[in-house]
Ligand binder design. Structure first.
Ligand code: BGC
Length: 420
């Protein structure tokens, strides 16, 4: 590996192009996409990076975002900060404040990112006004996948409100079938609860999950939301422990359960497994009691930590350029189930599914209606320490039916207060 004795600046992009003749772009990206459709989607990035002359390596952490964040922390502490890391929401801002991340402004200006990136993402990617993250996509969290076969057999419509949902599940349970396919894990339990709180009371969602307002957490609205979650656990089968989200998806798409609540990475996994939209499954927003378009947003992005090796610095520039290119935004997002972070990509061509096109249309509608929120479950609102504390309470509530909704609401607030 070549080493240069040249002082490095924190604004790495374009500022390092003087090295371009000498450096050989390399990267090692830390991320959470260890298997299935997620690993296949990130492989697209690796292949593109290599096709453009780079040497790609990756550190993929199973165990959802918490495991990736823990690895990032220990790598930085041991003086081995990753050249590139998948990072989200307020964690981007937190790590930027350490002064260890690269400033992407030169590249962003040269490529006009401000004009093409979805406005909803700007404050996340530019927490202090400078570009520090390259957004890969927009995921919608509040999707309800229905088994077309089971709904047709039972003569049930896709539910639009939580009362409709409960009525559908009562009928399905009465017929001896499983209503909700679920795999218990802190993040998947919390994904379900994101949709419940949001769909029941959008104002409560904003106060409790975006602003971490502990009074909102102790409120009657939150108790009601936990009561709805308790009801929903009763609509699941006995096998939720140890079941992956992909297995839960398959249960619904094979007609063994009516509904599956999960983000649109499901679309990617369904495509990979050969399930067909409109035939095996339907995709609709999770129920809302306030009659509008619901959109809970999650976005994956990449942050670059300062490096001293010019090969890795050059690799950061190449990686950021690739991520933001319209071509990559198409191939990656078709493979990931999400939609591009750029607004100038036409989703009617390139292989995007109807669910993905619906996501884009609903994003526009939700912005218009003022109903867009970011996902607590997917690290887009509060810091990991608060999210982790809330997830523990929610997952414990799912696992232990002796916990009452009142107790859970108080535990949620207590857990967050303890972290403050
Ligand atoms: C990530 C997605 C991932 C999903 C399921 C989300 O938090 O943003 O990229 O596919 O979790 O693992």
């Amino acid at each position: 590996m070549k080493r240069f004795n040249i002082p490095l600046c924190t604004t790495l992009m374009l500022g390092v192009s003087t090295f371009a003749l000498h450096a050989e772009p390399k990267t090692n990206m830390l991320h959470q996409w260890a298997q299935g459709s997620e690993a296949e989607a990130i492989a697209v990035l690796g292949e593109t990076f290599e096709a453009q002359g780079g040497t790609w390596s990756q550190t993929a952490m199973s165990g959802h975002t918490s495991a990736t964040l823990a690895k990032l922390r220990s790598d930085v502490v041991s003086g081995n900060a990753p050249a590139a890391v998948q990072l989200k929401g307020p964690e981007i801002s937190e790590w930027t404040a350490t002064g260890r991340t690269a400033n992407l402004d030169d590249l962003a200006t040269a490529e006009g990112w401000d004009d093409v990136v979805a406005p909803e993402l700007l404050s996340v990617m530019k927490p202090e006004g400078n570009w520090v993250a390259a957004p890969m996509n927009i995921h919608r969290v509040n999707w309800l996948y229905s088994s077309k076969k089971m709904l047709d057999d039972m003569g049930i419509e896709v539910p639009k409100t939580w009362a409709d949902f409960n009525a559908a599940c009562d009928a399905i349970k009465e017929a001896g079938k499983t209503c909700i396919a679920h795999g218990a894990a802190d993040w998947s339990d919390t994904t379900t609860f994101d949709s419940v709180v949001y769909g029941m009371d959008i104002d409560l969602y904003r106060r409790a999950f975006q602003e971490a307002d502990v009074d909102a957490m102790r409120s009657q609205g939150m108790i009601d939301a936990f009561a709805q979650l308790r009801k929903m656990v009763g609509y699941m089968d006995e096998g939720i422990n140890g079941r992956s989200w992909e297995q839960s998806m398959a249960m619904t798409m094979d007609g063994d359960a009516a509904f599956f609540l999960m983000g649109d990475w499901t679309v990617a996994s369904a495509n990979l497994a050969g399930y067909e939209e409109g035939v095996d499954y339907l995709c609709n927003q999770t129920p809302v009691d306030w009659g509008g378009t619901g959109y809970i947003l999650n976005a994956d992005s990449v942050v670059f930590f300062e490096q001293s090796d010019p090969d890795y610095i050059e690799g950061q520039e190449l990686l950021a350029k690739i991520i933001m290119s319209p071509e990559f935004q198409v191939t990656f997002n078709v493979a990931k189930g999400s939609i591009p972070s750029r607004t100038d990509v036409d989703l009617s061509v390139g292989g995007f599914t109807d669910c993905q096109q619906q996501s884009q249309a609903d994003l526009v509608a939700a912005v218009d209606e003022g109903t867009l929120v970011r996902s607590m479950a997917h690290n887009m609102t509060v810091l990991q320490k608060y999210r982790g504390a809330m997830m523990e309470v929610i997952t414990e509530f799912v696992a232990d039916d002796s916990i009452t909704p009142e107790e859970a609401a108080n535990q949620l607030a207590d857990a967050v207060e303890l972290q403050s």
